[in-house]
Design a protein around this ligand. Structure first.
Ligand code: LLP
Length: 446
């Protein structure tokens, strides 16, 4: 579920009118629904209740401390991939002992920092990394808890940039090589073998590949439990979300996308598929969802700067760009885009847009448009040939399902300040990150 609904032609996040958020904090603006995040966390947590488990939220999806705090308070642990993410998580109130440290390129400084804070596990991706962790732990007279990230070589049927569990990827250690590496690890004095880990990719909407990968790794997990007394099996993240959901509204059906994703990721299907192969292992199960918890909980609000028509195309030029949300440019990702005010009924937009329509060079409703940003790249688009209702200069649009890998992948490209972020809880609206200023852009240059 998500908490974005139309009321009288106006798009609300929970009980907050999104046009109010845009007026208060400006655009481009990310707005997150705390209720949606907590609902997703709770549903997943409850579905896994038959298992001893810990949900370690993948911080990379959305690392704003307000969101980390929300999840920490709900009982989540965290999956981090850098010293910076660990710093953020600790700063937001996370318990480092419930943080797992993933990533193929951990630096010495990061390993030291994580060891000093006693992370739950280092998810090790190579023998060279294992050796360095052992050496650093020895210098500190500590034992570093580790899990090897094994690569089960399954096809997760997702975009090639976000598929990680096949033998062609840089991630993990081949399943067949893992026993020997564990034997080596067992001889290292400052390494404690704590678990085994896998992650097969992201935006996976079918439970099948998860179950297949778990079944492939389960014999190793069983073996490691009896030989090395491992405590946990981390099955990674990757649960997909719906990007093509129609938003319910009394007026118009134009935003319904007919090529909608054939299957919604269902927590029940996921739990039904993964519980049986995990149940009798007798290990603590860790999960690392990112997108599933926050993806549908966020929108990017952007205002239309100009409408430009050429012989072939109509461009809706908005004030957000690929630097604010890079997913369409990078993965050809499809995000639903809707007006914040539909102009139905007696809404101010309806009155305004009637007046405006008369002054526009064409009063014909927009048909298929390209929704593009101001960045100097042809790849700077949010939608190509997208059917939209009539929209005009100054109107607000919401790019849906932008809560995951939106702000965290934003950049200052074209010297554009990073956007602001706000969170909604019921009828409360709070700024959780100020918009950067032009001064911020040059602050660190020497
Ligand atoms: N665990 C590990 C080891 C990961 O590499 C990832 C994501 C996750 C967990 C969380 O995956 P999730 O549950 O969010 O699918 N920027 C891309 C997604 C990159 C995912 C990278 N790894 C996108 O916007 O689609």
């Amino acid at each position: 579920m998500h908490s974005f609904r139309y009321r009288d032609g106006k798009l609300f996040c929970e009980d907050v009118d999104l046009s109010r958020a845009a007026t208060e904090f400006g655009t481009p603006l990310y707005v997150y629904s705390a209720g949606t995040i907590l609902d997703h966390y709770t549903r997943l947590n409850e579905a896994l209740a038959p298992l001893d488990h810990l949900i370690c939220y993948a911080v990379k999806a959305n690392s704003n401390r307000a969101i980390l705090k929300l999840l920490a308070d709900a009982g989540a642990g965290f999956d981090i991939v850098s010293g910076g993410e660990l710093f953020r998580a600790i700063n937001a109130g996370a318990n480092p002992q419930e943080c797992t440290f993933a990533g193929v390129g951990k630096t010495r400084d990061e390993i030291e920092y994580a060891l000093d804070h006693g992370v739950y596990s280092f998810n090790v991706e190579s023998e060279a990394e294992l050796e360095l962790i052992d050496k650093i732990a020895a210098a500190k007279n500590l034992r570093a808890p580790i899990a090897l990230r094994v690569n089960p070589d399954v096809d997760s049927h997702t975009h090639k940039y976000i598929s990680t569990g096949s033998h062609e990827n840089k991630f993990g250690i081949a399943l067949s090589d893992a026993p020997a590496v564990y034997e080596r690890a067992a001889k290292m004095r400052n390494i404690e073998i704590a678990g085994v880990q896998m992650h097969i990719g992201s935006q996976i909407t079918d439970a099948g590949p998860f179950a297949a990968a778990i079944k492939k790794v389960a014999p190793l997990a069983r073996d490691l439990k009896s030989k090395h007394g491992i405590k946990f099996f981390s099955i990674g993240g990757g649960m997909g979300i719906i990007y093509r959901r129609a938003i319910e509204s009394g007026s118009g059906k134009w935003w319904h996308d007919h090529a909608s994703e054939s299957s919604a990721f269902s927590v029940r299907d996921y739990a039904n598929a993964i519980l049986p192969p995990l149940r009798d292992l007798g290990l603590r199960v860790l999960l690392e969802p990112g997108r599933f918890l926050v993806g549908n909980a966020g929108v990017l609000l952007t205002r239309i700067l100009y409408i430009k028509s050429t012989a072939q195309k109509r461009f809706v030029i908005v004030d957000a760009g690929m630097n604010d949300l890079i997913r369409p440019a990078l993965y050809q990702a499809w995000h639903q885009i809707v007006p914040v005010e539909t102009g139905s009924g007696d809404s101010p937009l309806a009155r305004r847009s009637n007046a405006k329509a008369a002054s526009r060079h064409s009063s014909k409703p927009l048909d298929k448009v390209d929704i593009v940003g101001p960045v100097c790249e042809s790849g700077d688009f949010f939608a190509i040939d997208r059917e939209m209702p009539e929209v005009g200069q100054g109107d607000l649009l919401a790019v849906m399902s932008a809560g995951a890998y939106g702000f965290t992948m934003a950049s200052n490209y074209n010297s554009r300040p990073l956007p602001a972020e706000a969170i909604v809880r019921g009828n409360e609206l709070n700024l959780i990150r100020k918009r950067q200023s032009w001064k911020d852009l040059v602050r660190d240059e020497v």
